[in-house]
Design a protein around this ligand. Structure first.
Ligand code: SF4
Length: 914
């Protein structure tokens, strides 16, 4: 559907659970290929035209580089018929021989709802098992479990407007500024209109979100339940509970209050145990007590824990106790990680759920689903959740697995075991849009799926808003939609009657019909108003918030009337007490590893890694360390460091920063072996899970930390992929390597412990060059001019361990190499400007050999604003020379921070430095 005025197609961002509306315009490049311009959709109710840095850079990720274009069986490219036959036979063979519990699907919040629907139908209604689980298990299954315990069903009760309307927004375990940037922008903008509004962040790290909050409470990891039990106790002790609401609409209050009082009746003691200031804690409690319009937002910092479900319920208890559920500006609010985590929940993409929010806990539901599908079988009990599933594969119990649109070899905890499991599994099918992920290498059958811009269907965001994701690009190569691939495999397994769809709109219709089937208001998820929707109507479907029934076309809030989906119709308080994380720190592993996202990358970088813009902000895997912890280990900024746990190791660049508490380190989740060696934090993360939700404990793994003692550091920038170096990426055991996409080059960062014997030979070999037959004599700078291969200029100082070289072809730089005994190497941002030049002058050549920008202004510094490519040095100059005193002033001078606003906290931090 175009917007009616241009060729723009209205679609939805494929990254986070905010679910921003995007307008995309594809055009032909003069040089061949396609350009894609994106902008925010001003009419979309989730973002009203705003896009963050990731959304704004979507156009950089839609090319064919790295795409999987044809089906493959083993090493052979084959046609679709052959690949589908092999996939279907492999699953049928395992099913016939071992039974329905011995095969599995591992799916993804990247799938569209229609894809998810047929995958779930195939597994639960035709294969007859329930071993289908989704990577959404890793980010929000604790919220699902908490909602079900409290409300009787998996309901996010509020909407984004509530965040604007609230007088108090409490952000718990959520770096919203980076992970859900547009939601954060909406909160920050609303504070400008409401001077009384307060934002509080509860997070062990001083994140960019915390920086912009009115109050940051850096609680000790694992003390969330205690802190919220303390709040419930405080509300009780200060007569701030809503007794009428508790009495009319809830049950089990006394046991929840007693549990809270048993461990958290003394505010000072709670503050001490949480390791926070008692005054700050009292301030939070007072604000919560005094502001009826309070929204508590929670995310992975709450969910990803062995006590994640209890943490969720400790938050919901406080909202039930004050009657703040589903009311304007007053709700608990779970924000999801993925673009369609919510859609997956709606169709039963979790192993413990059935379609349309039905579950195994109601014996009528499996029968009802089977009856509606008219399927030969139906799963009667939950299947393996994500971590259990890969354990079962590793144990040899699961004999065939189909991984769809996700990269578990990187993203699951205890990733080394997951890799071993996939390696030994008898039959592995992977459907993906990318050819070379850490997971595709294990595939017996690789099936090319359409990517964003090609696929077409619906997604649901964190506020229950269902939006269309529309296609505006031709399908890449032979890629096919996921729903089509799943249906074709189903037909070949003998289930043709259940999968007759010709268009995704037919699947959506069936999904809508099931949601209303024998519902009569008994189940929350109901979009039966859309039954019978035509293909044209589906194409034009405007975003709406479910439920959608005949008389109600969109529902921004739920449960505000006090009617819940429990057997009694009343909300349930849940008595919770603090449990320690599964593994405590000890002498061998004295630090707590926290893991999470950074601003400009998404998941395992299979798409954002293609964007130079997004790769410029934080280009390498890093480990954030408090200065005291670094000093105790003799670790300096920028050196390579290693963390180790009971499960594995990972390496990254040391970032010594006070944002960390002394006893904790943080490592981003994004790097895989495709982009780094040993940069994947998943190898280190504990596989312990929450006993209720099955969500892993990504935020609390005991680790040890050490410097890697590298003897030398270096980097290469090269217009062409430097294959000799590139192949090192992904070699396990290689010291430390990372590759980064630049605007006109690939960048390779590395370090080694063993000296390089012949550094020139080593450097030239990386580009496939031999040594020159003869070299001109060196001048006093140590320059040697190679006589072959165009110009190879270099400077070497063997006694200092320094080597610099540049390969210049027809006066344009082709590549450069810098080696030093310390991490103190030339600014990559300056060299990026050298690659932009069509012709190098003598001054440039001298500067390359000196390893210094000829003019300080040529070095923009590390990129802070990736939307406009503004570096830190430029910002500092604007502060010094143009008198910028605020982020708004900097925006006025340089545009930095004026698009998505994600860099505003960093602008403020730079202002504070000066
Ligand atoms: Fe996409 Fe950013 Fe919006 Fe998330 S906040 S949906 S990543 S544009």
């Amino acid at each position: 559907m175009s917007d009616g005025q241009t060729n723009c197609v209205k679609t939805t961002c494929p990254y986070c659970g905010v679910g921003c509306g995007v307008k995309a315009d594809a055009g032909a490049k003069p040089s061949g290929g396609t350009t894609v311009e994106v902008s925010g959709d001003k009419e979309h109710g989730s973002n009203y035209g705003l896009l963050c840095s990731k959304g704004s850079a979507l156009g950089e990720t839609t090319d064919l580089e790295g795409r999987l274009l044809q089906p493959q069986v083993g090493d052979k490219t084959v046609d679709w018929d052959s690949a589908l036959d092999v996939a279907a036979k492999g699953f049928k063979r395992a099913l016939d021989k071992y039974g329905p519990d011995r095969v599995a699907f591992y799916v993804s919040g990247q799938l569209l709802t229609e894809d998810y629907y047929v995958a779930n139908k195939l597994m639960k209604g035709y294969i007859g098992g329930a071993n289908i689980d989704t990577n959404s298990r890793l980010c929000m299954s604790s919220a699902v479990a908490g909602h079900k315990r409290a409300f009787g069903n998996d309901i996010v009760t509020g909407c984004y407007e509530d965040l604007e309307e609230a007088d108090l927004v409490v952000l718990v375990g959520s770096n919203t500024a980076w992970c859900h940037p547009i939601v954060f922008q909406r909160i920050i903008r609303s504070r400008k209109d409401n001077p009384n509004k307060k934002i509080v962040t509860l997070d062990p790290r001083r994140t960019p979100t915390a920086e912009q909050s009115d109050l940051h409470i850096p609680l000790k990891p694992g003390t969330d339940v205690l802190l919220f039990n303390g709040l419930l106790a405080y509300l009780h002790q200060n007569d701030k509970l809503d007794a009428a609401y508790i009495s009319d609409f809830t049950e089990n209050f006394d046991s929840a209050l007693n549990a809270a009082l048993s461990e958290a009746s003394d505010l000072e003691a709670v503050a001490a145990e949480c390791d926070v200031s008692a005054d700050d804690l009292r301030q939070l409690y007072e604000w919560f007590a005094d502001n009826p319009k309070t929204v508590t937002v929670f995310s992975q910092g709450v969910n990803q824990s062995t006590q994640g479900t209890d943490k969720v319920n400790s938050i919901i208890n406080c909202h039930l106790g004050t009657g703040r559920v589903g009311k304007p500006g007053a709700s608990p609010f779970s924000i999801t990680g993925q673009p369609n985590a919510m859609g997956g929940r709606e169709v039963g993409g979790l192993a413990n759920m059935l379609a349309a929010h039905m579950g195994f806990d109601n014996p009528q539901h499996p029968k009802l689903v089977q009856e509606f599908w008219n399927s030969p079988k139906v799963a009667k009990q939950p299947g393996f959740k994500a971590v259990e599933m890969f354990d079962a594969i590793n144990d040899g119990y699961i004999k065939a697995v189909w991984v769809m649109a996700t990269n578990p070899a990187v993203s699951l905890p205890n990733a080394d075991l997951v890799n071993a499991a996939l390696e030994k599994c008898e039959f592995v099918v992977v459907s993906d849009c990318m050819a070379n992920t850490d997971t595709t290498r294990y595939a017996d059958v690789l099936l090319p799926a359409t990517g964003w811009g090609e696929k077409d269907g619906t997604v649901t965001n964190s506020e229950r808003r269902i939006s269309r994701q529309r296609s505006f690009l031709p399908k890449a190569g032979d890629a096919k939609p996921d729903w089509w691939i799943i249906c074709e495999v189903a037909k070949r397994m003998g289930y043709a009657s259940g999968f007759p769809y010709r268009h995704q709109a037919e699947i959506f219709n069936e999904h809508a019909a099931l949601s209303g089937y024998r519902n009569a208001g008994q189940r929350d998820f109901d979009i039966s108003d859309l039954v019978g929707i035509s293909v044209d109507e589906y194409d034009g479907l405007e975003p709406f918030q479910w439920p959608r029934v005949a008389e109600v076309k969109t529902t921004p809030r739920m449960l505000g009337d006090g009617r819940f989906y429990t057997p009694s119709g009343k909300a349930q308080f849940v008595a919770v007490n603090t449990e320690k994380p599964a593994h405590a720190v000890c002498d061998e592993y004295p630090l707590v590893l926290n893991s999470g996202r950074i601003r400009d990358h998404w998941h395992t970088m299979t798409r954002t890694g293609k964007s130079p813009k997004l790769s410029s902000h934080l280009p390498e895997p890093c480990i954030q360390i408090n200065p005291a912890a670094a000093a105790a280990r003799g670790i300096q900024e920028d050196e390579f460091v290693q963390i180790s746990s009971k499960w594995g190791t990972a390496a990254g660049r040391a970032r010594v920063t006070k944002v960390m508490r002394p006893s904790e380190v943080f490592m981003p989740i994004h790097w895989s072996e495709t982009y780094s060696a040993n940069g994947g934090v998943g190898s280190v993360v504990s596989p312990e899970v929450d006993p209720v939700s099955g969500e892993p404990e990504f935020k609390h793994t005991p680790v040890q930390l050490k410097g890697m003692g590298m003897g030398w550091y270096g980097f290469i920038l090269s217009r062409q992929p430097a294959t000799q170096y590139a192949k090192k990426i992904g070699e396990r055991g290689t010291d430390a390597w990372v590759k980064v996409k630049g605007s006109q080059f690939w960048r390779y960062e590395f370090a080694g412990s063993d000296a390089i014997e012949n550094v020139e030979q080593w450097a030239r070999a990386g580009f496939g060059l031999g040594m020159p037959e003869a070299a001109a004599s060196s001048d006093e700078l140590g320059i040697s001019i190679a006589l072959d291969d165009a110009d190879w200029i270099d400077y070497r100082d063997p006694s200092a361990g320094v080597y610099r070289a540049a390969w210049i072809v027809e006066d344009r730089i082709e590549a450069c190499v810098f080696i030093s005994p310390t991490p103190d190497l030339p600014a990559r941002s300056w060299l990026a400007s050298v690659f932009a030049k069509e012709e190098l002058g003598e001054q440039d050549r001298q500067a390359l050999l000196l390893g210094e920008a000829p003019d300080p202004s040529a070095d923009v510094g590390p990129i802070v604003c990736s939307c406009f490519g503004v570096g830190k040095n430029v910002i500092k100059r604007a502060i010094a020379e143009q008198g910028c005193k605020s982020a708004a002033d900097i925006g006025g001078c340089l545009k930095a921070g004026t698009n998505c606003g994600s860099c505003v906290p960093e602008l403020e931090a730079i202002l504070a430095e000066d």
